[in-house]
Design a protein around this ligand. Structure first.
Ligand SMILES: C[S@@+](CC[C@H](N)C(=O)[O-])C[C@H]1O[C@@H](n2cnc3c(N)ncnc32)[C@H](O)[C@@H]1O
Length: 190
C-alpha cells in the first residue's frame, strides 16, 4: 500500500496536519506485539480515514489506489474477492462495478473468507476456507460463468517466524493465482 498518500488520486488520503501521536494507555496488560499493533492502529491516518468514509478496512484505500491506476473495476464486471473480511475491498468493488444482485447483467461481486463478514450491499459473501477441498469449486459454481477480475488480499495469521510466515503467504498467492487461471475470462485480471 502506498503509505505517503502523496499520489493525490481518488484513493489517497489527503495530507493536512498530522494528528498528535496517541499512546496506548493499557500497554501493561498487553503483549508487546499487541501493544505495538494498537499503537500503529491509533496513529494510522488510513485507519482514521476509513472510519470517516465508512469503509470497513484501511485496505479499502489500497484497492482504490490500485484501481485508480489500472482501471480494473469496470461497470458490469464480475469480481471474486478472496480473503474479503471485514469487507473493505467488497465495498469498493461493489460500488465501482455497479453491482446489483437482482440484475443478471449488472456487475457482480463474490467475497470469500473463513472469518465472518458482515453483509456488504451488492456483494455475495461466502464463509469458507479457500484451502479446504472443493472450496474453489463452490466459488466457481456460484460464479456460474467466468470472472473478469480475481482479487486476493488473503493473509494467513502471522506466527512471528519469518520463514514460516513467508511460506504461508506464498502458498496463498499460489493457490489464488491457480484459481484465477481457472476462472478468468480471456483478458481477465488477477
Ligand atoms: C488483510 S485481510 C483482508 C482485508 C480485506 N481486503 C478488506 O479490505 O476488508 C486478509 C483476510 O484473508 C483471510 N484469509 C486468510 N487465509 C484465508 C483462507 N485460506 N481462506 C479464506 N480467507 C482467508 C483472513 O481471514 C483475513 O480476513
Amino acid at each position: 500500500m502506498a503509505k505517503s498518500g502523496k499520489s493525490g488520486g481518488k484513493g489517497s488520503v489527503s495530507g493536512g496536519t498530522r494528528a498528535l501521536k496517541v499512546r496506548v494507555k493499557t500497554a501493561r496488560n498487553r503483549s508487546n506485539s499487541s501493544a505495538r499493533w494498537l499503537q500503529r492502529q491509533l496513529n494510522d491516518p488510513y485507519v482514521h480515514a476509513a472510519k470517516r468514509e465508512g469503509y470497513r478496512s484501511r485496505a479499502a484505500f489500497k484497492l482504490l489506489e490500485i484501481d485508480d491506476r489500472f482501471h480494473l473495476l469496470k461497470p458490469g464486471a464480475r469480481v471474486v474477492d478472496l480473503g474479503c473480511a471485514p469487507g473493505g475491498w467488497c465495498q469498493i468493488a461493489a460500488k465501482r462495478v455497479k453491482s446489483d444482485v437482482s440484475s443478471p447483467r449488472a456487475g457482480r461481486v463474490i467475497g470469500l473468507d473463513y472469518l465472518e463478514t458482515e453483509p456488504v450491499p451488492g456483494a455475495t459473501i461466502l464463509q469458507l476456507d479457500f484451502l479446504d477441498e472443493g472450496a474453489d469449486d463452490t466459488v466457481k459454481d456460484l460464479l456460474a460463468g467466468e470472472a473478469d477480475l480475481v482479487l486476493s488480499d488473503m493473509a494467513a495469521p502471522t506466527t512471528g517466524h519469518k520463514q514460516t510466515d513467508h511460506l504461508r503467504i506464498m502458498h496463498l498467492c499460489e493457490v489464488a493465482a491457480h484459481f484465477a487461471i481457472e476462472v478468468l475470462a480471456p483478458g481477465g485480471a488477477f
